[in-house]
Design a protein around this ligand. Structure first.
Ligand code: HEM
Length: 352
Protein backbone atom coordinates (compact mmCIF):
# COMPACT_ATOMS: atom_id res chain seq x y z
CA UNK A 1 0.00 0.00 0.00
CA UNK A 2 2.81 2.37 0.99
CA UNK A 3 4.55 1.57 -2.31
CA UNK A 4 1.44 2.30 -4.37
CA UNK A 5 0.89 5.60 -2.55
CA UNK A 6 4.50 6.52 -3.36
CA UNK A 7 3.93 5.57 -7.00
CA UNK A 8 0.92 7.92 -7.20
CA UNK A 9 2.86 10.77 -5.57
CA UNK A 10 5.71 10.25 -8.05
CA UNK A 11 3.14 10.36 -10.83
CA UNK A 12 1.84 13.77 -9.78
CA UNK A 13 5.39 15.08 -9.44
CA UNK A 14 6.15 13.87 -12.96
CA UNK A 15 3.00 15.43 -14.40
CA UNK A 16 4.41 18.84 -13.71
CA UNK A 17 6.96 18.12 -16.42
CA UNK A 18 4.60 16.95 -19.16
CA UNK A 19 5.55 18.65 -22.43
CA UNK A 20 3.60 21.64 -23.73
CA UNK A 21 4.01 21.81 -27.51
CA UNK A 22 1.19 22.95 -29.76
CA UNK A 23 0.23 20.86 -32.82
CA UNK A 24 0.77 22.68 -36.13
CA UNK A 25 -2.40 21.35 -37.82
CA UNK A 26 -4.57 22.68 -35.04
CA UNK A 27 -2.74 26.00 -34.97
CA UNK A 28 -4.22 26.57 -38.41
CA UNK A 29 -7.81 26.11 -37.24
CA UNK A 30 -7.34 27.30 -33.70
CA UNK A 31 -5.00 30.27 -33.73
CA UNK A 32 -3.47 31.59 -30.56
CA UNK A 33 -6.09 33.61 -28.60
CA UNK A 34 -6.12 37.23 -29.75
CA UNK A 35 -5.74 38.53 -26.21
CA UNK A 36 -3.16 36.49 -24.32
CA UNK A 37 -5.07 35.31 -21.23
CA UNK A 38 -3.79 36.29 -17.83
CA UNK A 39 -4.63 33.44 -15.49
CA UNK A 40 -5.17 34.59 -11.94
CA UNK A 41 -3.96 32.33 -9.16
CA UNK A 42 -6.87 30.14 -8.10
CA UNK A 43 -9.22 31.84 -5.71
CA UNK A 44 -7.35 35.18 -5.54
CA UNK A 45 -10.10 37.17 -3.86
CA UNK A 46 -12.66 34.40 -3.52
CA UNK A 47 -14.00 33.20 -0.18
CA UNK A 48 -15.88 30.15 0.98
CA UNK A 49 -19.23 31.31 2.41
CA UNK A 50 -18.87 34.69 0.66
CA UNK A 51 -22.64 35.34 0.64
CA UNK A 52 -23.16 34.70 4.34
CA UNK A 53 -24.48 38.00 5.79
CA UNK A 54 -24.40 39.70 2.38
CA UNK A 55 -28.21 39.93 2.01
CA UNK A 56 -30.35 42.43 3.93
CA UNK A 57 -32.62 39.61 5.09
CA UNK A 58 -30.37 37.38 7.20
CA UNK A 59 -32.38 34.23 6.49
CA UNK A 60 -31.62 34.23 2.75
CA UNK A 61 -29.32 31.30 1.93
CA UNK A 62 -28.04 31.98 -1.57
CA UNK A 63 -26.24 28.66 -2.04
CA UNK A 64 -29.30 26.71 -0.85
CA UNK A 65 -31.46 28.45 -3.48
CA UNK A 66 -29.07 27.41 -6.26
CA UNK A 67 -28.91 23.86 -4.92
CA UNK A 68 -32.71 23.60 -4.87
CA UNK A 69 -32.95 24.59 -8.54
CA UNK A 70 -30.19 22.20 -9.59
CA UNK A 71 -31.77 19.34 -7.64
CA UNK A 72 -35.08 19.90 -9.46
CA UNK A 73 -33.50 19.21 -12.88
CA UNK A 74 -32.70 15.88 -14.55
CA UNK A 75 -29.31 14.24 -15.01
CA UNK A 76 -28.93 15.61 -18.54
CA UNK A 77 -29.43 19.20 -17.47
CA UNK A 78 -27.08 18.66 -14.53
CA UNK A 79 -24.40 17.43 -16.95
CA UNK A 80 -25.04 20.58 -18.99
CA UNK A 81 -24.41 22.71 -15.90
CA UNK A 82 -21.00 21.12 -15.29
CA UNK A 83 -20.05 21.87 -18.90
CA UNK A 84 -21.48 25.42 -18.68
CA UNK A 85 -19.00 26.23 -15.91
CA UNK A 86 -16.05 24.96 -18.00
CA UNK A 87 -17.18 26.91 -21.07
CA UNK A 88 -17.73 30.05 -19.01
CA UNK A 89 -14.31 29.92 -17.33
CA UNK A 90 -12.29 29.20 -20.50
CA UNK A 91 -13.57 32.26 -22.39
CA UNK A 92 -12.75 35.57 -20.63
CA UNK A 93 -12.56 33.79 -17.28
CA UNK A 94 -15.36 32.74 -14.91
CA UNK A 95 -17.45 35.88 -15.43
CA UNK A 96 -20.86 34.68 -16.62
CA UNK A 97 -20.08 35.92 -20.16
CA UNK A 98 -21.46 32.61 -21.50
CA UNK A 99 -24.93 33.65 -20.30
CA UNK A 100 -25.25 36.94 -22.21
CA UNK A 101 -27.77 37.06 -25.06
CA UNK A 102 -26.01 39.96 -26.76
CA UNK A 103 -22.36 41.08 -26.97
CA UNK A 104 -23.07 43.91 -24.49
CA UNK A 105 -25.32 46.70 -25.61
CA UNK A 106 -24.30 46.08 -29.22
CA UNK A 107 -26.73 43.59 -30.76
CA UNK A 108 -24.80 43.39 -34.07
CA UNK A 109 -22.09 41.15 -32.57
CA UNK A 110 -22.75 37.48 -31.75
CA UNK A 111 -22.23 36.44 -28.11
CA UNK A 112 -20.31 33.39 -26.82
CA UNK A 113 -23.35 31.18 -26.44
CA UNK A 114 -23.73 31.09 -30.23
CA UNK A 115 -20.10 30.14 -30.87
CA UNK A 116 -19.44 26.80 -32.63
CA UNK A 117 -18.49 24.85 -29.45
CA UNK A 118 -21.61 26.10 -27.62
CA UNK A 119 -24.49 26.13 -30.05
CA UNK A 120 -26.77 24.25 -30.03
CA UNK A 121 -25.27 21.76 -27.57
CA UNK A 122 -24.70 23.83 -24.42
CA UNK A 123 -27.57 23.63 -21.92
CA UNK A 124 -28.53 24.74 -18.43
CA UNK A 125 -29.24 28.43 -19.12
CA UNK A 126 -32.85 28.22 -17.85
CA UNK A 127 -31.72 26.70 -14.56
CA UNK A 128 -29.38 29.64 -13.98
CA UNK A 129 -32.17 32.10 -14.94
CA UNK A 130 -34.58 30.53 -12.44
CA UNK A 131 -32.04 30.53 -9.60
CA UNK A 132 -31.04 34.12 -10.37
CA UNK A 133 -34.69 35.29 -10.42
CA UNK A 134 -35.37 33.81 -6.98
CA UNK A 135 -32.11 35.15 -5.55
CA UNK A 136 -32.63 38.61 -7.02
CA UNK A 137 -36.12 38.81 -5.51
CA UNK A 138 -34.77 37.92 -2.06
CA UNK A 139 -31.40 39.65 -2.20
CA UNK A 140 -31.24 42.24 -5.00
CA UNK A 141 -27.96 43.38 -6.56
CA UNK A 142 -25.62 41.21 -4.51
CA UNK A 143 -25.10 37.82 -6.18
CA UNK A 144 -23.19 37.51 -9.45
CA UNK A 145 -24.29 35.25 -12.28
CA UNK A 146 -20.71 33.93 -12.46
CA UNK A 147 -21.01 32.63 -8.88
CA UNK A 148 -24.40 31.06 -9.61
CA UNK A 149 -22.80 29.14 -12.52
CA UNK A 150 -19.98 27.97 -10.22
CA UNK A 151 -22.37 26.88 -7.44
CA UNK A 152 -24.62 25.12 -9.95
CA UNK A 153 -21.69 23.13 -11.39
CA UNK A 154 -20.62 22.16 -7.88
CA UNK A 155 -24.16 21.07 -6.96
CA UNK A 156 -24.68 19.19 -10.23
CA UNK A 157 -21.45 17.27 -9.53
CA UNK A 158 -22.77 16.45 -6.08
CA UNK A 159 -26.11 15.08 -7.30
CA UNK A 160 -24.61 13.17 -10.23
CA UNK A 161 -22.10 11.47 -7.92
CA UNK A 162 -24.74 10.65 -5.27
CA UNK A 163 -22.90 12.92 -2.85
CA UNK A 164 -19.46 11.42 -3.52
CA UNK A 165 -18.18 14.72 -4.91
CA UNK A 166 -18.86 17.30 -2.23
CA UNK A 167 -16.82 20.44 -1.78
CA UNK A 168 -16.99 24.12 -0.85
CA UNK A 169 -16.93 26.48 -3.84
CA UNK A 170 -15.29 29.83 -3.00
CA UNK A 171 -17.25 32.84 -4.35
CA UNK A 172 -17.01 36.57 -4.91
CA UNK A 173 -16.72 36.61 -8.71
CA UNK A 174 -18.00 39.60 -10.67
CA UNK A 175 -19.85 39.44 -13.98
CA UNK A 176 -18.24 40.50 -17.24
CA UNK A 177 -19.80 42.89 -19.71
CA UNK A 178 -18.42 41.45 -22.95
CA UNK A 179 -19.29 38.19 -24.72
CA UNK A 180 -18.02 37.31 -28.22
CA UNK A 181 -18.62 34.15 -30.25
CA UNK A 182 -15.33 34.81 -32.04
CA UNK A 183 -13.47 34.07 -28.80
CA UNK A 184 -14.89 30.57 -28.33
CA UNK A 185 -12.94 28.51 -30.92
CA UNK A 186 -9.55 29.91 -29.96
CA UNK A 187 -10.10 29.21 -26.26
CA UNK A 188 -12.17 26.01 -25.99
CA UNK A 189 -10.37 22.79 -26.90
CA UNK A 190 -11.90 20.94 -29.88
CA UNK A 191 -12.88 17.24 -29.62
CA UNK A 192 -10.21 16.34 -32.18
CA UNK A 193 -7.37 17.85 -30.14
CA UNK A 194 -4.32 15.72 -29.42
CA UNK A 195 -2.51 15.58 -26.10
CA UNK A 196 -0.07 18.45 -26.65
CA UNK A 197 -2.84 20.73 -27.87
CA UNK A 198 -4.91 19.96 -24.78
CA UNK A 199 -1.98 20.62 -22.44
CA UNK A 200 -1.32 23.91 -24.23
CA UNK A 201 -4.94 25.11 -24.11
CA UNK A 202 -5.38 24.24 -20.42
CA UNK A 203 -1.93 25.68 -19.70
CA UNK A 204 -3.06 29.00 -21.21
CA UNK A 205 -5.68 29.11 -18.43
CA UNK A 206 -3.27 28.32 -15.62
CA UNK A 207 -4.30 24.65 -15.41
CA UNK A 208 -1.69 21.90 -15.71
CA UNK A 209 -1.77 18.52 -17.47
CA UNK A 210 -2.94 16.80 -14.32
CA UNK A 211 -5.90 19.22 -14.01
CA UNK A 212 -6.77 18.58 -17.67
CA UNK A 213 -6.73 14.80 -17.23
CA UNK A 214 -8.74 15.08 -14.00
CA UNK A 215 -11.40 17.44 -15.38
CA UNK A 216 -11.84 15.27 -18.48
CA UNK A 217 -13.47 12.79 -16.07
CA UNK A 218 -16.59 14.94 -16.49
CA UNK A 219 -17.06 12.97 -19.70
CA UNK A 220 -18.53 10.21 -17.54
CA UNK A 221 -21.84 12.12 -17.74
CA UNK A 222 -24.02 13.72 -20.38
CA UNK A 223 -24.25 13.30 -24.09
CA UNK A 224 -22.60 14.25 -27.34
CA UNK A 225 -23.95 15.07 -30.75
CA UNK A 226 -22.72 12.65 -33.42
CA UNK A 227 -21.24 15.53 -35.43
CA UNK A 228 -18.68 16.05 -32.63
CA UNK A 229 -16.89 12.75 -33.26
CA UNK A 230 -18.03 10.87 -36.38
CA UNK A 231 -15.52 12.41 -38.79
CA UNK A 232 -12.30 11.56 -36.97
CA UNK A 233 -13.44 8.63 -34.82
CA UNK A 234 -15.73 6.35 -36.81
CA UNK A 235 -14.94 4.30 -39.96
CA UNK A 236 -13.83 5.07 -42.62
CA UNK A 237 -11.46 7.18 -40.46
CA UNK A 238 -8.25 5.22 -40.07
CA UNK A 239 -6.75 7.45 -37.39
CA UNK A 240 -9.07 6.17 -34.66
CA UNK A 241 -8.08 3.54 -32.10
CA UNK A 242 -11.70 3.02 -31.03
CA UNK A 243 -12.84 -0.50 -30.10
CA UNK A 244 -14.45 -1.81 -33.35
CA UNK A 245 -17.62 -3.19 -31.69
CA UNK A 246 -18.10 0.10 -29.81
CA UNK A 247 -17.59 2.02 -33.07
CA UNK A 248 -20.22 -0.14 -34.78
CA UNK A 249 -22.74 0.58 -32.01
CA UNK A 250 -22.11 4.30 -32.32
CA UNK A 251 -22.42 4.15 -36.10
CA UNK A 252 -25.82 2.51 -35.78
CA UNK A 253 -26.99 5.13 -33.30
CA UNK A 254 -25.68 7.99 -35.38
CA UNK A 255 -27.21 6.73 -38.60
CA UNK A 256 -30.22 8.94 -38.68
CA UNK A 257 -33.69 8.02 -39.85
CA UNK A 258 -34.12 11.64 -40.92
CA UNK A 259 -31.31 12.89 -43.11
CA UNK A 260 -29.72 15.97 -41.57
CA UNK A 261 -30.64 15.14 -37.97
CA UNK A 262 -27.67 15.26 -35.61
CA UNK A 263 -28.37 12.41 -33.17
CA UNK A 264 -26.92 12.26 -29.67
CA UNK A 265 -25.26 9.41 -27.78
CA UNK A 266 -24.30 9.09 -24.12
CA UNK A 267 -20.65 9.79 -23.33
CA UNK A 268 -20.31 6.94 -20.84
CA UNK A 269 -21.93 3.78 -22.23
CA UNK A 270 -21.70 2.02 -18.83
CA UNK A 271 -23.15 4.51 -16.29
CA UNK A 272 -24.24 7.54 -18.34
CA UNK A 273 -25.81 9.50 -15.48
CA UNK A 274 -23.17 8.90 -12.81
CA UNK A 275 -20.18 11.18 -12.35
CA UNK A 276 -17.49 8.68 -11.44
CA UNK A 277 -14.16 7.17 -12.50
CA UNK A 278 -15.80 4.90 -15.10
CA UNK A 279 -14.57 7.38 -17.73
CA UNK A 280 -10.96 6.31 -17.12
CA UNK A 281 -11.89 2.64 -17.51
CA UNK A 282 -13.57 3.55 -20.80
CA UNK A 283 -10.45 5.41 -21.94
CA UNK A 284 -8.32 2.32 -21.27
CA UNK A 285 -10.88 0.10 -23.05
CA UNK A 286 -10.83 2.40 -26.14
CA UNK A 287 -14.54 3.06 -25.64
CA UNK A 288 -14.63 6.86 -25.56
CA UNK A 289 -16.06 9.29 -28.08
CA UNK A 290 -13.42 11.92 -28.78
CA UNK A 291 -9.84 12.03 -30.00
CA UNK A 292 -9.25 14.27 -26.95
CA UNK A 293 -10.42 11.45 -24.63
CA UNK A 294 -8.31 8.81 -26.38
CA UNK A 295 -5.34 11.22 -26.30
CA UNK A 296 -4.96 10.72 -22.55
CA UNK A 297 -3.20 7.41 -23.15
CA UNK A 298 -0.81 8.79 -25.77
CA UNK A 299 1.56 10.30 -23.20
CA UNK A 300 3.43 7.98 -20.82
CA UNK A 301 2.79 9.97 -17.63
CA UNK A 302 -0.80 10.76 -18.54
CA UNK A 303 -1.46 7.10 -19.28
CA UNK A 304 -0.20 6.22 -15.79
CA UNK A 305 -2.53 8.76 -14.18
CA UNK A 306 -5.47 7.40 -16.20
CA UNK A 307 -4.60 3.94 -14.84
CA UNK A 308 -4.41 5.22 -11.28
CA UNK A 309 -7.80 6.96 -11.62
CA UNK A 310 -9.34 3.82 -13.13
CA UNK A 311 -7.96 1.59 -10.37
CA UNK A 312 -8.33 3.55 -7.12
CA UNK A 313 -12.09 3.15 -6.84
CA UNK A 314 -13.14 6.03 -6.94
CA UNK A 315 -11.73 8.26 -4.23
CA UNK A 316 -8.42 9.37 -5.72
CA UNK A 317 -10.13 10.85 -8.77
CA UNK A 318 -13.03 12.33 -6.77
CA UNK A 319 -10.68 14.28 -4.51
CA UNK A 320 -8.58 15.55 -7.42
CA UNK A 321 -11.74 16.50 -9.34
CA UNK A 322 -13.02 18.61 -6.42
CA UNK A 323 -9.69 20.48 -6.26
CA UNK A 324 -9.52 20.95 -10.03
CA UNK A 325 -13.06 22.39 -10.18
CA UNK A 326 -12.15 24.99 -7.54
CA UNK A 327 -8.93 25.78 -9.43
CA UNK A 328 -10.85 26.17 -12.71
CA UNK A 329 -13.20 28.55 -10.86
CA UNK A 330 -10.27 30.89 -10.27
CA UNK A 331 -9.48 31.59 -13.94
CA UNK A 332 -9.14 35.28 -14.92
CA UNK A 333 -11.41 36.66 -12.22
CA UNK A 334 -13.08 40.04 -12.43
CA UNK A 335 -13.49 42.45 -9.53
CA UNK A 336 -15.76 45.41 -8.80
CA UNK A 337 -13.33 47.54 -10.86
CA UNK A 338 -13.80 45.68 -14.15
CA UNK A 339 -17.04 43.77 -13.55
CA UNK A 340 -20.56 44.18 -12.21
CA UNK A 341 -23.34 42.24 -10.50
CA UNK A 342 -25.84 41.75 -13.30
CA UNK A 343 -29.54 42.17 -12.57
CA UNK A 344 -30.45 39.45 -15.06
CA UNK A 345 -27.92 36.95 -16.32
CA UNK A 346 -28.74 37.39 -20.02
CA UNK A 347 -28.14 41.16 -20.15
CA UNK A 348 -25.51 43.60 -18.92
CA UNK A 349 -26.82 46.32 -16.59
CA UNK A 350 -28.01 49.56 -18.15
CA UNK A 351 -25.47 52.37 -18.08
CA UNK A 352 -26.90 55.79 -17.14
C1 HEM B 1 -10.39 18.22 -22.44
C2 HEM B 1 -10.99 18.94 -23.37
C3 HEM B 1 -12.44 18.81 -23.67
C4 HEM B 1 -13.00 18.65 -24.89
C5 HEM B 1 -12.26 18.60 -26.21
C6 HEM B 1 -14.42 18.56 -24.70
C7 HEM B 1 -15.35 18.41 -25.73
C8 HEM B 1 -16.67 18.11 -25.53
C9 HEM B 1 -17.63 17.87 -26.59
C10 HEM B 1 -17.33 17.95 -28.08
C11 HEM B 1 -18.80 17.55 -26.01
C12 HEM B 1 -20.10 17.14 -26.74
C13 HEM B 1 -20.87 18.34 -27.21
C14 HEM B 1 -22.02 17.88 -28.10
O1 HEM B 1 -21.76 17.56 -29.25
O2 HEM B 1 -23.17 17.80 -27.63
C15 HEM B 1 -18.62 17.59 -24.59
C16 HEM B 1 -19.60 17.31 -23.67
C17 HEM B 1 -19.44 17.47 -22.32
N1 HEM B 1 -18.31 17.95 -21.68
FE1 HEM B 1 -16.51 18.25 -22.51
N2 HEM B 1 -14.70 18.66 -23.37
C18 HEM B 1 -13.52 18.82 -22.69
C19 HEM B 1 -13.37 19.02 -21.34
C20 HEM B 1 -14.42 19.10 -20.46
C21 HEM B 1 -14.32 19.58 -19.11
C22 HEM B 1 -13.06 20.16 -18.48
C23 HEM B 1 -15.57 19.47 -18.56
C24 HEM B 1 -16.04 19.87 -17.17
C25 HEM B 1 -15.28 19.84 -16.10
C26 HEM B 1 -16.43 18.90 -19.56
C27 HEM B 1 -17.74 18.54 -19.37
C28 HEM B 1 -18.57 18.03 -20.34
C29 HEM B 1 -19.91 17.52 -20.08
C30 HEM B 1 -20.56 17.39 -18.72
C31 HEM B 1 -20.46 17.19 -21.32
C32 HEM B 1 -21.89 16.68 -21.58
C33 HEM B 1 -22.80 17.90 -21.67
C34 HEM B 1 -24.27 17.62 -21.89
O3 HEM B 1 -24.71 16.48 -21.82
O4 HEM B 1 -25.01 18.60 -22.11
N3 HEM B 1 -15.72 18.73 -20.70
N4 HEM B 1 -17.33 17.95 -24.34
Amino acid sequence: MATSKLAVLALFALLGSVSCQAGGYYDYYYPTPQRPPTPSPAGTHLKVGYYRNKCAAAYVDVEAIVKKHVKATDAGMQAGLVRLFFHDCFVRGCDGSILLDTFSNDTSLTPEKFGVPNFPSLRGFEVIDAAKAEIEAACPGKVSCADIVAFAARDASYFLSAGGISFAMPAGRYDGTVSLASETLPNLPPPFAGFDQLVKMFGDKGLDASDMITLSGAHSIGRSHCSSFTRDRLPPSNTSDMDPAFAATLQAKCRSANAGTDNTVMQDFKSPDVLDNQYYKNVLAHKVLFTSDAALTTNFTSNNLVRAYADFVPYLWQQKFEKAMVKMGGIQLKTADNGEIRKTCRKVNNRT
